[in-house]
Design a protein around this ligand. Structure first.
Ligand SMILES: [Zn+2]
Length: 259
């Protein structure tokens, strides 16, 4: 079975462009001594929670896991998804447990009421696992609509999309850019963006992947690739933060910073 993919039509592209104009939450990043980097794992398969987390932890870093609890424990093209024990262990190790839609519902094409119902159910399921209420979100398939941004804006401090870019002052944190470590050229693309962020003061790069295994899906990477990228980020003096930590830094007002 082919995995579902987001709307690639002209209408879909226009909807995502239009969404960039509404319910915005501009970032303010200034005075950073080091560029910020977030490593995030979407959905998230068990390999991301085991191999992926272990790589980050060896470098003293923590990641963000965008969880769809409705997929919990199921087999998929990304391998088996994390279950309750995996998610609790990630939280206990200091990783951020963040929100995806309950069943991986595509926010680009769903009604606001359907999205809200999925968010409520995913929130409740995470609370029932004993982890804190999620504070950030990632759009499944990266697909966005103006209606979905309105719903998400009131519930989360930030929401991550999938278009390439860096977070700098003015970037919309309700539709934050991200770069995938996925596919045959995933490592090269991520390395290119690490270099761009390292050369730009007051920038924040958000990377994402899915499975982390020897034979990854087209949406994942190998443990060796992730290890090389995290090592390079450490060598380039990036500060590795969770998505929530980065958001907190990017939403601090200038007055608070000056105090
Ligand atoms: Zn996803």
């Amino acid at each position: 079975m082919e995995p579902y993919s987001a709307d690639r039509s002209l209408y879909g592209k226009l909807r995502r462009r239009l969404a960039r104009l509404v319910a915005t939450k501009p970032a303010r990043l200034s005075g950073l001594s080091r560029p910020l980097l977030t490593i995030s794992f979407d959905d998230a398969p068990v390999s991301a929670a085991h191999e992926g987390a272990a790589i980050l932890e060896r470098h003293g870093a923590r990641g963000t896991y965008f969880i769809s609890t409705g997929l919990s424990g199921q087999e998929s093209h990304l391998g088996r998804y994390t279950d309750a024990a995996d998610i609790r262990a990630l939280h206990a190790a200091g990783h951020e447990i963040a929100c995806h839609t309950l069943t991986h519902l595509d926010c680009g094409r769903a009604k606001g009421t359907a999205i809200a119902a999925e968010l409520d159910a995913n929130h409740d399921a995470l609370i029932a696992l004993g982890v804190p209420a999620p504070r950030t979100f990632a759009y499944p398939y990266g697909d966005v609509s103006p209606a979905s941004k309105d719903v998400l804006n009131t519930r989360f401090t930030a929401s991550r999309a999938l278009h390439h870019g860096l977070v700098v002052t003015g970037t919309d944190l309700n539709q934050a850019p991200a770069v995938g470590i996925e596919g045959a050229d995933g490592e090269d693309v991520a390395r290119h963006w690490l270099a761009r962020a390292a050369a730009m003061p007051d920038s924040w790069l958000i990377l994402y992947t899915h499975d982390v295994r020897e034979k990854p899906s087209s949406w994942g990477c190998t443990p060796q690739v992730l290890e090389r990228l995290v090592s390079e980020a450490v060598a380039k003096d990036f500060e590795i933060v969770t998505f929530e930590d980065g958001t907190r830094r990017a939403l601090v007002s200038e007055t608070t910073k000056a105090a």
